[in-house]
Design a protein around this ligand. Structure first.
Ligand code: ARG
Length: 462
């Protein structure tokens, strides 16, 4: 396929330059969006009297036949075309003749590509939103079932205070709901302004109706400034930043899954269908999926860095550097979609092991704060209660006991305030249930969090 821009040069462009310049191998995935933009543009050109109705009808029939043929396999994208815009326009002209040559009136590939990428990302983000909702749904179901499973909560990866399995999972649900909100914000801003009609950079002398094409293509308004219209890639950066943050959350969750399914923790058992084996060690059952998610997080951060670095030195308006935006943002979208596709069923099918969680909770003095609180509630200043409990923990470590294994006499050697009710106060389930503060680990609180999360999902869909 020849270039669209033949005319000025005295000789053919070197093959190596053509190969280097071409973006068809990755921008062909915007074909449907390119055609949607061309349908809106040509309809508007006819309405404004810039092209004839007959030409518009021929253009529309031709564009629709190209889309249908590519979708049903009758037409394949020509890898020799410079880019998707070239492929569509030249195929159109081959099919309908000179009317096809009028399509590009009052338009440039610069506003065209800025539009196509926005439209493509709109669809891609809707897909990711649906996948995130499914993951949130799976976590809510596990949290609901495990709302009363006592496990150690950690700080510094040291056993700290009692929480519940459901409580811990719902922390991830909060992160994922924020991810969804961030993505929705970025898309809302992207959809606020349509670049079509910006031309190469300086608008056009044709009487375009930019409000018409903006509305038809689902934007709130045309962009205010044509130079900004063709040179802005903030939407790519914003979406990639939102995806990076989401990957960070998936990576932290993956790390916990990896720990929890190890023999050292054994808080969960993964379904065999979501684990892998070793070629030499017959006993192995590996959480490769979550390790890959942790690994792929770096890729998406890299994509964000690519976009930020690619844009930072560009003079206005369009520069060819910007062709590099697509591979980066496509990779970020593809990577997150791939991770979610596997992580959600993996989490939905994992089996929590509450007895092991409980056994871990029994070791590590995670009720020490509750013991200090007990003394404080009996009138001892908290700092003194803290110190007293610290010496009790040291005593227990020396004697190989847990706090609840101390006899009442032993308790009383530390403080006369201890009575028989101390056992109930430091019982692990009671410690969890006692933490009924808003957002805390008590079963009722976790169930309330699950309900709120499901309502938030509903509200996002509504
Ligand atoms: N393939 C190009 C890109 O992705 C399309 C825009 C080309 N514009 C131009 N002036 N060469 O950015």
């Amino acid at each position: 396929m020849p270039q669209l821009w033949q005319g000025r040069a005295s000789k053919a462009v070197d093959d190596r330059v053509n190969d280097f310049n071409s973006s068809i191998r990755f921008d062909a995935r915007m074909l449907a969006e390119d055609i949607a933009g061309s349908l809106a543009h040509s309809a508007m050109l006819a309405r404004q009297g810039i092209i004839s109705e007959a030409d518009k009808d021929a253009i529309h029939a031709g564009l629709k036949s190209i889309l249908a043929d590519v979708e049903n396999g009758a037409l394949s994208v020509d890898p020799a075309a410079e880019d998707v815009h070239t492929f569509v326009e030249q195929t159109l002209t081959a099919r309908i003749g000179s009317a096809g040559k009028r399509l590009h009136t009052g338009r440039s590939r610069n506003d065209q590509v800025a539009l196509d990428l926005r439209l493509w990302l709109r669809g891609a983000c809707a897909g990711l939103q649906g996948q995130l909702s499914e993951l949130i749904g799976a976590l809510c179901a596990q949290a609901e079932a495990g709302a009363g499973y006592v496990m150690p909560g950690y700080t510094h990866l040291q056993r700290a205070q009692p929480v519940t399995f459901g409580h811990q999972l719902m922390a991830y649900v909060r992160m994922l709901l924020r991810d969804k909100g961030r993505l929705a914000d970025a898309v809302r801003r992207m959809d606020a302004e349509c670049p079509l009609g910006s031309g190469a950079l300086a608008g056009t002398t044709y009487p375009l109706d930019r409000f018409d094409t903006a509305a038809v293509l689902g934007f709130a308004a045309p962009c205010q400034n044509s130079i900004d219209g063709v040179s802005d890639r903030d939407f790519c950066v914003e979406i990639c930043a939102a995806l990076s943050l989401c990957m960070m959350h998936l990576s932290r969750l993956s790390e916990e899954i990896i720990l929890w399914c190890s023999w050292e923790f054994k808080f969960i058992e993964l379904d065999d269908a979501f684990t892998t084996g070793s070629s030499i060690m017959p006993q192995k059952k590996n959480p490769d999926v979550t390790e890959l998610i942790r690994g792929k997080t770096g890729r998406v951060y890299g994509d964000l860095n690519t976009l930020l670095t690619m844009m930072k030195g560009l003079p206005l308006a369009y520069d060819k550097d910007m062709q590099e935006d697509k591979e980066a943002i496509f990779d970020a979208v593809d990577t997150l979609a791939l991770c979610l596709k596997t992580l959600t069923p993996m989490l939905a099918t994992m089996t929590p092991l509450p007895a092991n969680m409980r056994a871990a909770a029994a070791r590590g003095f995670i009720n020490a704060t509750d013991c200090a609180d007990y003394l404080a509630k009996k009138g001892l200043p908290f700092r003194d209660a803290y110190k007293c409990t610290g010496s009790m923990v040291a005593f227990c470590i020396d004697h190989g006991k847990t706090l609840e294994e101390l006899t009442l006499d032993e308790f009383r050697t530390f403080s006369p305030l201890f009575e028989n009710d101390v056992y109930a106060a430091i019982d692990l389930t009671a410690c969890c249930e006692g933490r009924a503060s808003y957002g805390g680990p008590a079963k009722a609180s976790v169930l309330a969090q699950v309900k709120a999360a499901r309502e938030a999902l509903e509200a996002q869909h509504g």
